[in-house]
Design a protein around this ligand. Structure first.
Ligand code: HEC
Length: 472
């Protein structure tokens, strides 16, 4: 069975093969003068259907459609630039010399180098339409959202989003969970998709968000929800499909917990209101597998089971999380050794279902690698789980492996998980340049670990799955 990704790239390859065959055809069947072989109907329309229309269509999350020839031609020049810089489609994870991921990712939006080249050449050649009878059938999209949801929790009141700066706010929500609740799927529905840029939903077991929010109903929270013992339920960015674990796996929310919805507002030019909601599929039974989101990283010290490793620009006193002003390609790395036991409990082997990276504006790449204590044929001694050479704070998401539960990469007791974060703290980094100007500084400051705009983080997200046992 070909995987989704190989099937998709096989389809794309045949498009390219068809296009280049036409380009190299012998003189006997050469295109008549004025007729270009690289056309919208045959080469470009299938590509935008596959890689752009999940967002760029009527009712999609992107601000304009890329459906008709006129749509794509009208945005052709800028699309070429965005595609070449890999800003579009927004997908931060791909392989480079330092990291090859052994598994495909589900719903992978990446364009191959050949596809980028094809799109650019089509624009350069004047964006010819081609033979309308060769158009592929229109791509259709089914229902959006979490189709089998059992509950929806909306912000209690509309929140006013003013034009101007980015606004990152936390909204506590009481889902009224009287019992431990197992979540089999989750999704975010933005209230005003023009301004909601990404949403992270945390579990707040001690119900502390409510007090922080007070009468306002929300509080600013750039780095995280600022409550004790938070855990992560869901990370969402525009165009990311709902998270679903299947019927056998659930994520546990302890009874009485509140949720805290952290919303990143990217203001538009006008004042608007937003009332985003969360869709959940609450399982009516206890599933056989437990999903658990592990957030690991942000090490400050060179000791313990999560330790900061030596790196560039460390002071004489030893490893420090410190990014000097104007440093490019600066790395901070840290290593988590999975303990054999936590208290009396023997730590089980965990399947890694999905992975994600979290840094702030200066972050440009994060690698997550595992070094296994007990490798096997299926689980090599060293494996790169994620590389994000196109990391962008605005497009944070989790990347889900396209593999059945029993073929997921694993992390287990004694394994070492290494997080390597790369930062660009120069004015060449457009996010840093914008933050520096908003903070009325003249140049980038020294950056340390922290929660505010020009602090940094190096936090890996591992969505893990394991067999449920008596303790759950
Ligand atoms: C996952 C959703 C998604 C996919 C897939 C996607 N886009 Fe976008 N695109 C957006 C959103 C949302 C914006 C609005 C700008 C922003 O928020 O960054 C955007 C903006 C753009 C822009 C305008 C950028 C600007 O600065 O004005 C271009 C051009 C573009 N997309 C082209 C494409 C092309 C071409 C493809 C396919 C090859 C594609 N996009 C795939 C979501 C997507």
């Amino acid at each position: 069975m070909p995987t989704l990704r190989t099937a998709l790239s096989a389809a794309a390859l045949s498009t390219i093969a068809a296009a280049s065959l036409a380009a190299c055809s012998s003189s006997s069947d050469a295109p008549t003068p004025g007729e270009s072989p690289l056309t919208f109907t045959q080469a470009i329309e299938p590509l935008v259907q596959e890689k752009c229309q999940s967002c760029h269509r009527a009712g999609g999350v992107a601000p304009f459609p890329l459906v008709t020839y006129e749509d794509v031609k009208g945005m052709g020049a800028i699309s070429k630039l965005k595609v070449q810089s890999r800003e579009m489609p927004p997908w931060g994870a791909f392989d480079d010399a330092a990291c090859t991921v052994n598994h495909d990712f589900r719903d992978d939006l990446t364009l191959t180098d050949e596809q980028i080249d094809l799109f650019a050449r089509w624009v350069d050649e004047g964006m010819p339409l081609g033979d309308p009878s060769k158009r592929p059938p229109a791509r259709t999209f089914g229902a959006t959202g979490l189709v089998d949801k059992t509950a929806t929790y909306q912000l209690p009141a509309p929140y006013a989003v003013a034009p101007g700066k980015d606004d990152i706010r936390c909204f506590p929500i009481d889902p009224g969970f009287a019992e431990d609740t197992w979540i089999g799927g989750s999704n975010v529905v933005p209230g005003d998709p023009r301004v909601v840029h990404h949403v992270i939903v945390y579990v707040d077991p001690k119900q502390q968000g409510v007090e922080k929010a007070g009468d306002a109903g929300s509080y600013p929270c750039f780095g995280g929800p600022d409550v004790e013992e938070p855990s992560l339920l869901l990370a969402w960015a525009p165009g990311v499909p709902p998270t679903t674990y299947g019927d056998a796996t659930g994520l546990k929310i302890p009874k009485g917990s509140h949720l805290v919805m952290q919303v990143h507002y990217h203001p538009s030019n006008e004042t608007t209101t937003d009332q985003t909601s969360i869709e959940l599929k609450e399982l009516p039974y206890k599933p056989g597998y437990v999903a658990q989101v592990i957030l690991a990283g942000n090490a400050e010290r060179a000791e313990g089971f999560l330790k900061l490793l030596p790196g560039p620009n460390d002071p004489p006193s030893g490893p420090a999380f410190l990014i000097p002003p104007n440093a490019k390609g600066h790395t901070e790395s840290m290593e988590l050794t999975i303990p054999e036991k936590i208290g009396d409990i023997t730590v089980p082997e965990l399947g890694v279902y999905a992975v994600g990276a979290h840094m702030h504006w200066a972050g440009v790449d994060m690698k997550i690698e595992v070094e296994r204590k007990a490798p096997s044929d299926a689980q090599p001694a060293k494996e790169c789980l994620l590389g994000t050479p196109k990391y962008d704070f605005n497009w944070q998401r989790a990347y889900q492996y396209d593999a059945p539960l029993d073929q997921l990469p694993t992390v287990g007791p004694g394994d070492k998980v290494r997080f390597t974060c790369t930062y660009d703290n120069t004015m060449d980094n457009r996010h840093v340049a914008r933050a520096v100007s908003e903070l009325r500084m003249s140049s980038p400051p020294e950056i340390r670990l922290g929660e505010t705009t020009l602090d940094e983080m190096c936090l890996g997200v591992l969505v893990t799955v394991r067999r449920a046992n008596l303790l759950d």
